[in-house]
Write a protein that binds this ligand. Structure first.
Ligand code: ZN
Ligand code: ZN
Length: 132
């Protein structure tokens, strides 16, 4: 089990098991939302995820395109969210308190990456989503 939480600690969660690998998304929306090169996250089974604190305070921002990001209203930190289409929980890896044991496997939306970013050559690079 690995626990994690937002910057201020109001939102806390735990992940029982991580499967698959970590991925970084370089799409323009993740770059804006994270204020950086993109997002680094993993998808975990809903049964392996549970909230420990603050779930009821989490707010969501919805773009017109359907892109959603959930965040802590106190510190603005992006927090996990349920990906309804896949029945999975999206977990930003930077929130974790300890090593989840998985490593970076995929770069997605590489066609949208910032011009200044340099990618490693070990993780698979996908032009758009995982299937590209
Ligand atoms: Zn917070
Ligand atoms: Zn993205």
């Amino acid at each position: 089990m690995v626990a994690g939480g937002c910057l201020c600690g109001a939102v806390r969660f735990a992940v029982e098991a991580f499967q698959g690998g970590a991925f970084k998304c370089h799409c323009s929306k993740c770059r804006k939302a994270f204020g950086g090169a993109g997002s680094a996250a993993a998808l975990v089974a809903r049964d392996d995820f549970r909230w420990l604190a603050g779930e009821g305070t989490v707010r969501a921002y919805h773009c017109a395109s359907g892109f959603t990001r959930c965040f802590c209203p106190d510190c603005g930190c992006i927090v996990p969210q349920h990906i309804v289409d896949h029945g999975l929980q999206w977990v930003p890896l930077g929130l974790l308190d300890a090593d989840p044991g998985i490593r970076l496997k995929h770069h997605i939306h590489v066609d949208s990456k910032a011009a200044w970013e340099i990618l490693d050559d070990q993780a698979l690079q996908h032009a758009a989503g995982f299937d590209s």
